[in-house]
Design a protein around this ligand. Structure first.
Ligand code: PLP
Length: 377
């Protein structure tokens, strides 16, 4: 027989605002609000100072409340990878939303046209076969939706070939009713991790010249091409300085993480996203095991790194365990102690959680549901 437990008896809610971080149950995904706000301010300022708009990618947070903070700091809108995430952002009050991805299928196109009533989405495309059905849906619904041509500037993921193919697609879009060409985009994701910084800069500048050249030839053909969008956190310092780029999509820098710092060599932003965890086992003097594994933190792009004054290293993650190798200084860690880990790559970790716990000076200030989590369509 099961005990007769009432729901209220099991609801030991953690949402005690003002509570000390280290008093909360674990694992939880934590944002240092002061650090995140400072990163937002730095990214917004960098864009402002270089005369480019900031349309930060929201894939790292998937949370309208954070997108709205970016907009308050000067962002012009947000960038999303999926239609359903764009809907979440629109419902949360974001108006200018770039879906930086190809959208295919009648249902999604209907949703985008419907979204047009309370937001102003832009949809990326790299082929007429994506745009023509969108235009048809828009005509039927009596709306116009903006589109952006994605150009392949070397990433070799999606994107039309630069040059005459791009121009021909722009000309074809220009003739379609129901859609309006807003500009072009390209993503230099293949150049983020070049270790020689002058080589990195040179290659990014060359890629941006290709993109800007496409915009110029579209304009020379008498077609408006206002937006030239590019840039990620791993490259935005360089991309913002490239002549002709009008907006940056860099987003993840608001959390920063060891991938951006160590692999992409981005230096002037601070870590804002951590996982708070508990030591649950101390099998050996130099080994501790935490209650957070791959289902709490994704290690694919970069391993998590212990925060604070510990000489310990994450050596292995299994589904629900994180194994630390302890140096001399950290051997005092005991079962029940709490530690913080900087997540290796924020993007892939956010999607594992229902909520962000936002702290200021280690006191709980806010809990944000990650509303775009699971919005994959
Ligand atoms: N733009 C696009 C289309 C991307 O796919 C990405 C990353 O994958 C970015 C921009 C950069 O995002 P972030 O700054 O969060 O690394």
């Amino acid at each position: 027989a099961y005990p007769d437990i009432q729901p209220e008896e099991t609801d030991v809610s953690q949402h005690i605002f003002g509570a000390d971080k280290f008093s909360l149950d674990t694992p939880i995904l934590c944002i240092d609000l002061d650090v995140m706000e400072s990163n937002i301010e730095k990214m917004a300022r960098y864009c402002r100072e270089h005369g480019v708009d900031w349309r930060p990618h929201s894939k790292c947070h998937k949370t309208p409340a954070i997108a709205m903070r970016q907009i308050e700091a000067g962002a012009i809108g947000t960038t999303c990878p999926k239609t359903s995430e764009a809907e979440v952002m629109a419902q949360g009050g974001v108006r200018d939303i770039l879906i930086a991805n190809m959208v295919v299928g009648e249902r999604k196109l209907e949703r985008i046209a419907a979204m047009r009533r309370w937001a102003d989405p832009i949809v990326a495309c790299d082929h007429y076969a994506q745009v023509e059905p969108l235009a048809a849906v828009c005509r039927r619904r009596g709306v116009t939706v903006r589109v952006l041509i994605e150009v392949n500037i070397g990433l070799d993921r999606v994107g039309i070939r630069p040059g005459s193919d791009t121009l021909a697609l722009a000309q074809a879009i220009d003739k379609l009713e129901g859609v309006e060409l807003a500009g072009i985009m390209g993503y230099e994701g293949h150049l983020l991790t070049i270790s020689d910084l002058s080589e990195k800069e040179e290659k990014i500048r060359t890629a941006m010249k290709v993109l800007v050249g496409c915009a110029e030839s579209i304009r020379a053909g008498g077609i408006a091409c206002d937006i030239v969008s590019a840039g990620g956190t791993g490259s935005f310092h360089i991309t913002a300085q490239c002549p002709g780029i009008t907006e940056l999509q860099a987003g993840g820098g608001i959390f920063m993480d060891p991938f951006y710092r160590n692999t992409c060599q981005v230096k002037d932003l601070e870590y804002a996203l951590t996982v708070l965890a508990t030591v649950v086992s101390r099998p050996q003097l130099d080994r501790a095991v935490l209650d957070c594994g791959r289902k709490t933190m994704n290690p694919d792009i970069h391993m998590p790194v212990l925060a604070g004054d510990h000489d310990a290293e994450v050596v292995r993650l299994s589904a629900e365990h994180c194994e630390l190798k302890l140096g001399d200084k950290s051997r005092g860690l005991q079962i029940g102690d709490k530690v913080e880990l900087v997540v290796g790559y924020g993007d892939f970790t956010t999607v594992l959680h229902d909520e962000f716990f936002g702290f200021r000076k280690n006191q709980l200030e806010t809990v944000w549901p990650i509303l775009g989590r699971g919005k994959l369509q």
